[in-house]
Structures are given as C-alpha cells and as structure tokens.
Design a protein. Structure first.
Length: 256
C-alpha cells in the first residue's frame, strides 16, 4: 500500500479524534472499576452499551465485520489474545486477567483503546506479563517521531518483549483510524528499525501490542472472532490511539 492510501488528518479532525479518544478512555476506566470476581463479561458489555449511548456515542464493534461482531466491546480473558465475545456464561474469577477493548464513535470519529485488568489477585507470572505488555506499548509510542518509520515501533516492542522470553503476536496489528475504524497503515508490533512506511504529521493510528508467555501463534474459533494462543498460555494487550504532530506524538486516548 502506498502513502496515498494513508489519510492525514487536519488539526480540526485530530481535535475530533481527541474528543472521541477521551470518551474511550473514560469508558475503559468506568468498566475497569467494575472488574472483580463474580461479574460476567456480558454485564460489562451491557454497561458499556448503556454508558456509550448515554454519552451520545455509539459502539463501533457492534455489527462490525463479517461475520458481524455481536457485542459492543471485546473482552479477552487469560489465553484469549483479542476479539473475545462477552457472554452470560463467562464469569470472571479470582486470578484471571482480562483485556477490555472499547471503540466508541463520537460525532463520526473513532476512539480506540484497551487495557488488561487484574481480576482479584493473579499469579506473579500473569502480573509480570501484564506489566511488560504495558511497557511494550509505551516503548512503541516512544519510538514514534515525524520522519521515522513504522518498523521503529515494532522493533522497540519486539526487543523489549523478547528480552523477557515472551513472544509478540503477528496475526493482529495496529491500524490507521479516524472516521473509519480500520485504515492504512498497518502497524505491526514486531519488525526492523528503519523499515516500513514513513511517519508523517497528521497520521493517526493505534499501537496495541499483544504479548504472549508462550508461542505467538493463534487459533481463531468457529465464531470467526475469538483468537486464542495456540498453546493456551496467557496473553495480554494494551492499546492507545496516537496522533503524529509536527512536535512529535500525542496520545489521544488518555482520561485527562
């Protein structure tokens, strides 16, 4: 894909993205406060839908894709890498980790963010994975600069994750975002420094590393969405939407 497919957003559009991003961050924080043993992922989804509607926004995941995604948020527990579907039977228990991924649409613009939360008191192994994954996200963000390359982001993430013996998921990547949920460029969380598309002011995209304890390989269930680690070991993920400005990089999905 050439640069002509990458839409550069104007200052006005980035401001709209900032508003959508802030709403996404607030929603994620609100849902995170509900995470505890005994709650179902279905209840988290219902609350997300109600909260989003009350704010005059709508949920991008609901009905998205083929097959249409059947929920308003993704809830990925333990060995689920991403795109976990909330359901009534899935009750969170002490020791679980859960990634909640939200994408509200506000005035036509998408705010996309996710975080892995602890349910009660997870194992030291799980806590370490989550901690390293969050650091991977920020190392990826810190590698972004105007004139840099997409590969700089993946290289920074991969180097840090692999230094702990973890693997970086390759089947799912970050993406451009704006009025459309998924646009070019693709943003892999692995790669070589100095390779890939050039980073330019006005580019807005997600960085969302998925880091596994075991193999990076995934299985996708028959529902067409739920992605699990092939070896069923734990996976964690964190995501922000960022904008490249002339001055550097801005995280759009902060609750400030």
């Amino acid at each position: 894909m050439g640069n002509e497919n990458i839409v550069l957003l104007s200052a006005r559009e980035i401001d709209k993205m900032r508003q959508a991003g802030k709403l996404a961050a607030q929603l994620l924080k609100h849902l995170g406060n509900m995470v505890k043993p005994g709650i179902s992922t279905y209840e988290l989804n219902e609350e997300a839908e109600k909260w989003t509607k009350a704010k005059g926004a709508k949920s991008a995941p609901l009905g998205y894709g083929n097959p249409p995604f059947p929920a308003s948020i993704c809830t990925s527990v333990n060995e689920v890498i991403c795109h976990g579907i909330p359901n009534k039977k899935q009750i969170l228990k002490d020791g679980d980790i859960i990634n909640i991924d939200v994408t509200p649409i506000l005035e036509g613009y998408h705010g996309d963010t996710s975080k892995t939360f602890f349910v009660g008191n997870p194992s030291l192994e799980a806590k370490k994975l989550v901690e390293v994954t969050e650091e991977c996200l920020y190392r990826g963000i810190n590698a972004v600069r105007p004139g840099g390359r997409i590969g700089d982001i993946g290289a920074a993430i991969q180097e840090y994750a692999e230094s702990f013996g973890y693997s970086v998921v390759r089947n799912f990547v970050g993406h451009g975002i704006g009025r459309t949920f998924h646009t070019p460029p693709q943003v892999p969380h692995f790669g070589k420094k100095g390779t890939g598309k050039k980073l330019r002011p006005g580019m807005v995209f997600t960085i969302e590393p998925m880091i596994n304890i075991g193999t990076w390989e995934a299985d996708v269930l028959e529902d067409g969405w739920t992605a699990l680690t092939k070896d069923r070991q734990l996976s964690a993920q964190f995501e922000h939407t960022i904008a490249i400005t002339h001055g550097g990089v801005e995280i759009l999905t902060l609750d400030t």
